[in-house]
Design a protein around this ligand. Structure first.
Ligand code: GLC
Length: 468
C-alpha cells in the first residue's frame, strides 16, 4: 500500500478561517487518488488546545470545530472510499490533553508521583523533567511529552477498555484502521525506577539530548506486548494497525506480533550515505513488517534532509522497498521546510506549512489568512506541476504506477562505492548517494530513471528502476 499522510490543518481550508479542515480534504481527494495512493492517514483533528498540533487530544470521539463536525468526518470517510482510498485515523494512547475531562473525572487513569515532587529522573521528550505539579490537586503527574499532555496509566485495566471503546467508535463509522502514536511509551517500568546514565548516543535522534540518560525504564516495558495485544483485541483482526514505535528494528518483535506494520525510523534518520542507508534497510527488512517513511510532520522535509539533488532518488527508494510506503503531503510536489510560525515549541512548524495548490490567493489553500506562511516549492504549485511530465508530481505518479508491477523477493546487491542497489524479483533498483558518477549493477531496460542516468552510469543523485 501507499499511504498518503494528511496534516489536516495545512491541507485545504474550506471556510476561510486560515486552518485546513475536513471538508477541504474532501475537495482535494482527486489529487490523492490521482497520485495512485491506496489510503490516507489523517493526523489528529479531534478537539484539542493544539499545544502539540492536535496530539494533545481533549475528546477522542469528536472533531475540533476548527476542522469540522462528526458529520464532516463521516462524509470524508464515505468520499475517500468512493475514491478507492482506505482511511486511517491517528490515535494517541500514551497521553491525553490536560483538558481532557478524564484528567479530572478519572485521575487514577493517569500516572502520579507518590511524593511531593518528581517520582524519578525521567525527562520529557521536548525537554525538562517528565513530571509536573497539577495546580488543582497539588500532586505530580507524569508526561512523556509536553506538560500539557499527562500520560495515561495503561496498567489500570480501565484505560485499555476506554481506549478500545475509542477505536470501536471510529471503526463503527467506517475507518479502516489507525496509525497509533508513541506506542513504545504506553507501558513503563511498573516500579517507575530511574533511567540509567547513557552509555553512548541514543539509538535514534531525540529532540533533547541534554539529559545524559538512556530511556530504559521510561518506555518499552518488557511486558509491552500485553498492551499491544489489547489494542489489537479491541480493534479486531480486520483493522489495519500501523505503530509509531520510536525504537530500532531489533526491538519491534512484541509490536509487529500484533500490528500490521511499524515505521522504520532507522531509514528516516539515516545519513544520506550508501553504507548507512544500506544498513538501515537491512535492519528494517528483517521484521518483514516495515512501513517505510522518509518524512512526516515531525522531521525535516526531504530537500532539507537529503539535499535537493537527492530528492528523486529518495522517492524512488521509498516507493520500491518491500512493504507499505508513507508519503507525507507535499513531498510529491518537492516541498522543502518552510518558515517557522512560533506555534510548536519544539520548532516543527516548518515541516507543516500549507499545501501550495495553485495560482489563487494563498496558493489556493485558504481565502483567509493562513495559520502558517505558505512556501512554494521550486517546481511550482500542484497546478503548475499537473501537466508537466518532468515535474516531481509526475515522478511520484510514475513511481506509484510502476510499483504495482514490482513483486517478488528482496535482495540487497553489491554495488559500486556510493551506490545502493537491490533486486525485487525481476526488477533492479539503484541509486547513487555519492559525489561521483558510478556504474549501476547490470540492467536490461530502464523503466524510470532520473535525467542523465543510463545503464552505463548513474550521476550523483541519480536513480533508476530497471529490469535485469
Ligand atoms: C508523535 C507525533 C508527534 C507528537 C508526539 C506526542 O511522535 O508524531 O507529533 O508530538 O507523538 O504525541
Amino acid at each position: 500500500m501507499v499511504v498518503y499522510q494528511i496534516y489536516p490543518r495545512s491541507f485545504q481550508d474550506s471556510d476561510g478561517d486560515g486552518d485546513g479542515d475536513l471538508r477541504g480534504i474532501v475537495e482535494r481527494l482527486d489529487h490523492i487518488a490521482g497520485l495512485g495512493a491506496d489510503a490516507i492517514w489523517l493526523s489528529p483533528f479531534y478537539p484539542s488546545p493544539l499545544v502539540d498540533g492536535g496530539y494533545d487530544v481533549a475528546d477522542y470521539r469528536d472533531v475540533d470545530p476548527r476542522f469540522g463536525t462528526l458529520q464532516d468526518a463521516a462524509a470524508l470517510i464515505a468520499a475517500a472510499h468512493e475514491h478507492g482510498l482506505k482511511v486511517l485515523f491517528d490515535v494517541v494512547p500514551c497521553h491525553t490533553s490536560i483538558e481532557h475531562p478524564w484528567f479530572r473525572e478519572h485521575p487514577d487513569w493517569y500516572v502520579w508521583s507518590d511524593r511531593d515532587g518528581p517520582q524519578n529522573n525521567w525527562r520529557a521528550t521536548f525537554g525538562g523533567p517528565a513530571w509536573s505539579r497539577d495546580p488543582v490537586s497539588g500532586r505530580w503527574y507524569l508526561h512523556s511529552f509536553y506538560p500539557e499532555q499527562p500520560d495515561l496509566n495503561w496498567r489500570n485495566p480501565e484505560v485499555p477498555r476506554a481506549f478500545g471503546d475509542v477505536l470501536r467508535f471510529w471503526l463503527d463509522r467506517g475507518v479502516d484502521g489507525f496509525r497509533i502514536d508513541a506506542l513504545d511509551r504506553i507501558l513503563k517500568d511498573p516500579e517507575l525506577r530511574d533511567d540509567p546514565p547513557a552509555d553512548g548516543p541514543p539509538p535514534l535522534p531525540e529532540a533533547y539530548m541534554d539529559a545524559g540518560l538512556q530511556s530504559r525504564n521510561s518506555r518499552n516495558a518488557p511486558d509491552i506486548g500485553t498492551a499491544i495485544a489489547q489494542i489489537r483485541g479491541a480493534a479486531g483482526p480486520g483493522a489495519l494497525l500501523v505503530g509509531e514505535v520510536y525504537l530500532l528494528s531489533d526491538r519491534l518483535a512484541p509490536y509487529v506480533e500484533h500490528l500490521d506494520a511499524c515505521f522504520s525510523f532507522e531509514l528516516l534518520h539515516a545519513p544520506w550515505e550508501a553504507d548507512k542507508v544500506r544498513a538501515a534497510i537491512a535492519a528494517a527488512t528483517t521484521s518483514g513488517k516495515a512501513a517505510w517513511v522518509l518524512s512526516n510532520h515531525d522531521f525535516a522535509r526531504l530537500p532539507d534532509r537529503v539535499g535537493p539533488r537527492n530528492v528523486r532518488a529518495a522517492a524512488l527508494l521509498l516507493l520500491t522497498l518491500p512493504g507499505m510506503a508513507f508519503v507525507y503531503q507535499g513531498d510529491e510536489l518537492g516541498m522543502a521546510d518552510g518558515p517557522d510560525g512560533g506555534h510548536d515549541r519544539a520548532g516543527r512548524d516548518r515541516h507543516r506549512t500549507p499545501m501550495p495548490w495553485d495560482g489563487a490567493a494563498n496558493a489556493g489553500f485558504t481565502s483567509g489568512t493562513p495559520w502558517l506562511d505558505i512556501a512554494i516549492p521550486p517546481g511550482g504549485t500542484a497546478a503548475q506541476q499537473e501537466h508537466d511530465p518532468g515535474s516531481m508530481l509526475a515522478w511520484y505518479r510514475e513511481l506509484i504506477a510502476l510499483r504495482r508491477q514490482i513483486e517478488g523477493g528482496f535482495e540487497l546487491l553489491d554495488a559500486a562505492p556510493g551506490v545502493v542497489a537491490f533486486r525485487r524479483g525481476k526488477h533492479v533498483v539503484a541509486l547513487n548517494l555519492g559525489d561521483s558518477p558510478q556504474p549501476p549493477p547490470p540492467v536490461r531496460d530502464l523503466l524510470l530513471a532520473t535525467l542523465e542516468s543510463s545503464a552505463a552510469a548513474l550521476p550523483p543523485g541519480g536513480a533508476m528502476l530497471a529490469t535485469d
